[in-house]
Design a protein around this ligand. Sequence first.
Ligand code: URA
Length: 198
Amino acid sequence: MSKVDALADLKKKMDDDKTLPLREGATQLVFGEGNPNALIYYLGEGPGFHEDKQGRPFVGMAGKLLDETNLSIGIKRKDVYISNVVRFRPPSNRDPEEFEIMAFQPYVDAEIQIIKPKIIVTLGRFSMGKFFPGERISGIHGKPKKMLWQGLDLVVIPMYHPAAALRNGNMMQSFKEDFKIIPQIMEELHKTEQISLF
Ligand code: URA
């Protein structure tokens, strides 16, 4: 099955899964989107107002910042894959609860297994928690870690959430600075694994 078909299949399974939390208060499911062959997979927190209305991840102010920061390092949105730990908008944009994140986890894992990225960038503390449980984002943001995760060789980079960067000038500076590690890692992968940059 092609990656496109596998992703469509997974989306249908999520649409049909009536056990998923947060569905009631949301307009629609916000599935991941982007290049199915992306080297970079961005994992955010959950849909906000605009994402809920449009059914697409990171299309509001935080998404604009994510797109601009990617462009500043030469990466276009169409080259990456963007997703979230929860796929229905939490009421009033509240933080997702642990049980909600866990309910969506098998789908997030399946999506990563379809894309098979080389780099995962976690955006914010909730997605950081998937790969760095018990860590504090202030201590590890911008520090890449190589890991073997469910059979995939990954470099995982925890980053601040762009919405947090929009609220706090210091975080904005760190957010932009932290992204500069991405082309360096891609260059390294290019050398060691003969992977083309896109
Ligand atoms: N914030 C997120 O974490 N995800 C989105 O899709 C939009 C805003």
